[in-house]
Design a protein around this ligand. Sequence first.
Ligand code: NAP
Ligand code: MG
Length: 395
Amino acid sequence: MSFSRIAAKNPIVEMDGDEMTRIIWALVKERLVLPFVDIRLEAYDLHLPNRDRTDDKITLDAAEAIKKYGVGVKCATITPDAARVKEYNLKKPWPSPNGTIRAILDGTVFRKPIITIGRHAYGDVYRDVEMKIPGPGKVEMTYTPADGGPGQTVLVHDFKGEGVVKGEHNTESSIRSFARACIQFALAEKEDLWFATKDTISKTYHAAFKNVFREEVDARKADFEKAGITYQYMLIDDAVARVMRSSGGFLWALRNYDGDVMSDMLASGYGSLGLMTSVLVSPDGKFEYEAAHGTVQRHFYQHLKGEPTSTNSTATIFAWTGALAKRGELDGTPELVQFAKRLEESGIETIETGTVTKDLAAISVPPLRDHATTQGFIEAIAERLRVKMGVGAGV
Ligand code: NAP
Ligand code: MG
């Protein structure tokens, strides 16, 4: 029986990355996607040496391409620190590609293990300015209105000795689009919406987030009632305590830093980092999918030494299926959406029938003694997928 690949109407922006996830990336693409789908990939290689060579222009180009084509899929990338600058002999420590792409798309990041996390993707500590204070002296914060009106100055601190200081900001419009994106997602998924900050302490900054959420939720009151979902605001520490005891099923909207930290806590608390994908959604409906974990450096160094690895590719696979399904949804090609679903099922069934990587073998109940290699896991999924798609073993 001959098999003709499923044709996608429009391209997906493909961003390759670094280390172990770069190895997984090629395997997933070559073994699980391209044999079955005929799609044009607009490729941007965000491999660290390539970012260095292009003075990081490649990252900006990738973000612009996501704006143009609407759907992207991204491999994990190294955010270089001093050690990486040395290791890769870089011109400078280039900024985090994710930070760059998020800032250009002004998006909200959704991460979905059991509890969906809606992470604000603009501002706060990721866009702060910082200063080391060498000795005694005053630090003040000044606002100068563009129209020449009266300004405002507050004293940050009157230093008696050395110290540090930082200035964070956010914008009303970014907070509002974050709130709207979360409300939209909660309504679409029919999940209760939780939001939490520390507005008892941060009476202006955090309170602004709280107030904007309240306004936006009130504006959609009828839709909340129709969907049968609720909105709850609480203090961030209260929310953390309640999340630990909950069995999930809600969307937890979090400010940028809280979302960064809490999604890693949830991912490893509910299974493995290798199971969580992340979707960046911009207010004008552009989508970027990726695994939530990093480049799995430790496994990569094993791989370089020629040792077998057992890295979980599930999140990377689900990044691809998320992008393919979204492409199909936007283009009106249900076959592509169906393929993505079959690939996800193949992955889940492979795990559920006991072919798992080391991270999952260790937490299985009862624990599994055997685990698959990085490649073995992907091949096991490919075999199931071929059966589902009615393809002979030749592919
Ligand atoms: P990491 O890549 O998330 O890995 C940390 C540890 O988590 C691994 O050593 C491994 O634990 C476990 N792990 C993560 N993903 C796994 C998977 N798919 N399968 C099995 N185990 C998995 O974090 P990192 O090693 O601290 O960071 C490495 C690089 O990633 C850094 O340069 C950082 O800049 C970058 N990073 C990129 C992104 C992104 O592009 N989205 C996000 C975060 C970090 P064991 O070693 O115990 O097996
Ligand atoms: Mg993080």
